[in-house]
Design a binder for this molecule. Structure first.
Ligand code: ZN
Length: 256
């Protein structure tokens, strides 16, 4: 903001009224803080500008009709959600669905200036399935340990049966989505390396070249350098978990 102010002062010939600074006391913004403190700020990370009515309808239904919900569009793809009921707010903050029109809605609790802090919206919840696990690794403690490669593990869910999907585990994590999606990880035990592959549930659009959420391959500014013999796209639809009724997409899987 300081840079912006300097530019304005340099670019315009300001009248004395324009130059005159107004001084605000903390008490002047009390009402504004009261209005904001029950709110969540949500940023949609994607190339499409989300339609206000569509977002309002999505959150109302997906968050199970929170009492007194108010939605304000602050900026294209930036929204303020006021949720007066503390339990509703907590539930939505922790678990509320956040993918609309294949774009992720990253939520943060309101704090002063957050609407101007783009990096505040880099941490987002992702539901990650772990595949290729030996049966005796299917425990919460093992998954928590492996999940430590993400920024935070929120929950571990053990699938009781494999069903049509096959046996796997899933964890709810907070991940830095300004970085490429992790395709898997190697785990070493007794000197033997094992590759675990990841699938992401209800995953928003991501770039098949660099693996970052929020833009397409066509608009990628840092496409992956592909070495000879490597798969053309380092990322692809195989990273998406299909709905629990189906089975994971196996075609085009480059066997990473
Ligand atoms: Zn990219």
């Amino acid at each position: 903001m300081a840079k912006e102010l300097v530019e304005i002062m340099q670019n315009f010939t300001l009248s004395s009224k324009g130059r005159g600074s107004t001084y605000l006391d903390l008490g002047d913004v009390d009402d504004g803080i009261m209005d904001c403190q029950d709110s969540l700020i949500g940023k949609i990370k994607g190339e499409k500008i989300a339609n206000f009515t569509g977002v309002k309808k999505f959150v109302t239904v997906a968050w199970s009709y929170p009492k007194g919900l108010e939605v304000i569009e602050l900026w294209p793809n930036l929204f303020q959600f006021t949720i007066p009921d503390a339990q509703d707010k907590e539930r939505i903050w922790l678990r509320g669905p956040r993918v609309t029109d294949n774009q992720i809605l990253v939520l943060r609790e309101w704090e002063i200036g957050i609407e101007e802090n783009d990096s505040a919206f880099n941490l987002a919840p992702l539901c990650v399935q772990f595949w290729n696990l030996p049966l005796h690794w299917l425990t919460k403690s093992v998954e928590k340990k492996i999940g430590a490669i993400f920024d935070e593990v929120k929950d571990v869910i053990i699938q009781q049966t494999g069903g049509k999907e096959g046996k796997h585990m899933k964890i709810l994590v907070q991940a830095d989505i300004s970085q490429p999606l992790l395709r898997g990880t190697t785990v070493q035990m007794n000197g033997v390396n094992k590759w675990l592959s990841f699938r992401y549930e209800k995953c928003s659009d991501f770039c098949y070249s660099c693996g970052i959420i929020g833009h397409s391959e066509r608009n990628c500014k840092e496409p992956a350098v592909v070495k000879s013999g490597q798969h053309q796209n380092q990322y692809g639809p195989w990273l998406r978990a299909v709905s629990s009724k189906g089975s994971p997409q196996k075609e085009n899987n480059p066997k990473i």
